[in-house]
Design a protein. Structure first.
Length: 256
């Protein structure tokens, strides 16, 4: 079984979750040959992993601002990220950014996290811009470059995640923030013209982050589907249903 962690607020999850994530669930099941259970991020943590003993966990992206959440809202996800042992984990887009915050120690003691935009718009940059609202953070957001659509992603390090894919992949992007600094014990796997850390992997754990959206493949751009199949293959090799949190961490929590 896969666990797909949905980063939606509770109202959106119970109102729109099946619509928002139903296709992703089906695509993860097609790639892995296993059933996938969608779990709201507020109800996800080490206890969930222990109860379901999944083959792998995939954490979703999200369209909100980091300032709209308390850092403690992500405690369960952070616990699994930091203490999940050899559990295969794929963090996508916003969850990739959370992976960067957590593994760089940038959220310890923080009440709220802050958006980390890639850069401000330049003359000649294509639209769209990101609507931000009337508050200062929102006005800054509306002036930032947004990567929206299918972009070329350059591999900089070979990895089983990229098996069968060309050195320059085509993946769906939908973000204006990024991971600013490669965390300790992580390897840079891919970059793009607009984002320096498009993909990364932990040196000793099957823990991956991708800024792009492999689950959002569309004809004729199917590289994301291949990546999901590759993740499923390495997850089966890594776990085969024998996943436990790392020793000595049951009941532990990340510092926020």
């Amino acid at each position: 079984m896969y666990l797909f962690v949905s980063v939606l607020d509770r109202k959106a999850y119970y109102q729109d979750g099946p619509v928002a994530h139903g296709r992703i669930k089906a695509r993860l099941e097609a790639a892995s040959g296993e059933r996938c259970l969608i779990v709201p991020f507020q109800e996800f943590g080490l206890e969930t992993v222990e109860a379901f003993r999944p083959t792998a966990v995939v954490m979703s992206g999200f369209g909100g601002r980091w300032e709209d959440y308390a850092a403690s809202d992500f405690r369960g996800m952070a616990d699994v990220i930091t203490q999940g042992g050899q559990l295969p984990i794929l963090c996508i887009c916003g969850s990739h950014q959370l992976l960067g915050f957590v593994m760089n120690g940038e959220w310890k003691g923080k009440r709220r996290l802050c958006d980390q935009p890639m850069r401000v718009m330049r003359p000649g940059d294509p639209m769209p811009r990101q609507p931000g609202g009337d508050d200062p953070a929102g006005r800054r957001r509306s002036r930032c470059f947004v990567a929206m659509g299918f972009f070329e992603i350059e591999q900089v390090q070979s990895d089983p995640l990229f098996r069968g894919l060309p050195p320059r992949m085509i993946m769906r992007c939908s973000h204006y923030c990024e991971v600013k600094r490669l965390p300790p014990d992580f390897i840079l796997l891919a970059r793009s013209a607009h984002c320096a850390i498009e993909a990364m992997r932990h040196r000793t754990r099957p823990l991956y982050g991708v800024q792009f959206h492999p689950e959002a493949f569309e004809s004729p751009f199917f590289h994301g589907r291949t990546l999901l199949k590759n993740f499923a293959a390495l997850a089966r090799r890594s776990s085969r249903g024998n996943v436990r949190p790392a020793r000595g961490i049951k009941g532990g929590h990340s510092s926020v």
